[in-house]
Write a protein that binds this ligand. Structure first.
Ligand SMILES: Cc1cc2nc3c(=O)[nH]c(=O)nc-3n(C[C@H](O)[C@H](O)[C@H](O)COP(=O)(O)O)c2cc1C
Length: 433
């Protein structure tokens, strides 16, 4: 049986699945049920400094984007950090850590950008004996207007400065949570590293307006006729999150910096993808909010079975495994040739591949009078659009041509794949040297 235990920057958990800082982790009642269900750890809903209470809206705080089957693809929220009193949260955190010593309990923090505020809250958190802190430099609404959250996360100098304060006033491991609302994710990650962060976590939510009410002409969720941008998350953001994780994992400046991957993780496959791109743990929010804490059973069972099938004995063996295979476009092998192939036994003759290829792509699919669809290899550029629009899984596949065969489209011989980077026919070979 695969061993799912994880040691992430010294924080141990029985599996790499943590609940992200959000409503599922905002109180003892929730976190205890999550631990009972089997979650390996939690990042407690973000705590703020002592002071005036945080007040949330009293109307709808979530918006959504659905698939055709009404499955939730994207969630948008205008919620703030915890609105529960600091001392109540701290008391509950201490109790939960005492009762569940084998689970990871990280406390998310967001306080004003001055050293005293950070020093004060860190003292309180240290008293709880929590395993670490996560600095919320990510929330894009409500708190950012007050100079916190993504207002800090968008300025690398601030990230470095605050991280340095945290490391100098606390012995706890420190994870810096990054905002994706930035042009180059490597810059804040580098700043976190310079400040002494033990790890980064990403992504927090993406600035978004999910819909506009066409009767009231107000963005949704609508509060008394007005709306504000919110933070987008859920399955729709996973590709963006994966890319950002990969960018940090493969950058020479941040390579090796531990990463906790967040953004759209719903299935064990999503989680493994994050891990192979460099994430040592994954955090989950929207999937738990959509399906409940029970999904942890499928996450752990799926990961365990996958690892057994592939012969991995520890989670660490997966971490970063895909990183060497991420490259820049100029290094892609232009001598690699594939062609689309339609499996006639699976084809339902819907014609979507034909419509897409004929009207918008390369006119490489023929249609017979009895609606038989076939690929013309001398026109096919292997763009993959037919695969993507086909409603039947595995009906259309991309088949690589054998080395030495002739591409009927170009008349060229399919060449030496291995040495393409330095191959004289590669126009980018000089740049690559
Ligand atoms: C309703 C809601 C509240 C959230 N509150 C916080 C928060 O207090 N602190 C924080 O760091 N992230 C917060 N997040 C962001 C999540 O922790 C997570 O980064 C984001 O939702 C992406 O993960 P997901 O796609 O699994 O939801 C919140 C997300 C949602 C949906």
């Amino acid at each position: 049986m695969a061993n799912l235990t994880t040691n992430f920057i010294g924080i141990k958990s029985p599996n790499p699945f943590w609940l992200a800082s959000a409503p599922p982790t905002d109180k003892e009642y929730n976190v205890v049920r999550a631990f009972k269900a089997g979650w390996g750890g939690v990042v407690w809903k973000t705590l703020g400094a002592e002071g005036p209470p945080v007040v949330n809206v009293n109307g709808p705080r979530y918006g959504a984007v659905w698939g055709a089957d009404r499955r939730l693809l994207g969630l948008n929220n205008i919620e703030l950090i915890t609105d529960r009193p600091l001392e109540v949260n701290l008391r509950e955190i201490k109790q939960v850590k005492r009762d569940w010593p084998d689970r990871a309990l990280v406390v998310s923090l967001m306080v004003p950008c001055d050293e005293e505020s950070w020093k004060a809250i860190l003292r309180h958190v240290e008293d709880t004996e929590a395993d670490g802190v996560e600095l919320n430099f990510g929330c894009p609404h409500g708190m950012s207007e007050r100079g916190m959250g993504s207002a800090v996360g968008q300025v690398p100098e601030y990230i470095e400065m605050v991280t340095r304060w945290v490391k100098s006033h606390s012995r706890m491991p420190c994870i810096v949570k990054l905002t994706p609302n930035i042009a180059d994710i490597r810059k804040p990650a580098e700043a976190a590293k310079r400040g002494g962060a033990d790890a980064v976590s990403l992504i927090n939510t993406i600035n978004s307006i999910t819909s506009v009410n066409l009767d009231t002409f107000s963005p949704e969720p609508m509060i008394d006729g007005k709306g504000a941008h919110g933070g987008y998350c859920g399955p729709a953001v996973k590709p963006i999150a994966l890319n950002m994780v990969a960018e940090i994992a493969r950058s020479p400046e941040t390579h090796g910096l531990p990463i906790s991957g967040i953004g759209g993780v719903t299935t064990w496959r999503d989680a493994v993808e994050f891990m192979t791109l460099g994430a040592g743990t994954v955090q989950v929010c929207t999937a738990a909010m959509t399906y409940g804490f029970g999904i942890i059973k499928e996450l752990t069972a799926g990961l365990s079975q996958y690892m057994d099938e592939k012969g991995f004995t520890s989670v660490d063996q997966l971490v970063g495994r895909a990183v060497p295979n991420i490259t820049d476009w100029q290094y892609l092998n232009l001598n690699y040739v594939a062609k689309a192939k339609i499996n006639q036994d699976l084809c339902i003759s819907c014609g979507r591949c034909y419509a897409a290829c004929e009207d918008t792509s390369h006119q490489a699919i023929s249609m017979s009078p009895d609606r038989k669809f076939e690929v013309m290899d001398d026109e096919c550029v292997a763009c993959n659009l037919c695969v993507n629009v086909c409603p039947v899984a595995d009906c259309i596949t991309m088949e690589p041509m054998a080395k030495g065969s002739v591409d009927p489209r170009t008349g060229e011989t399919v060449g030496d794949y291995a040495n393409w980077t330095t191959h004289p026919n590669n126009p980018m070979a000089k740049a690559a040297e």
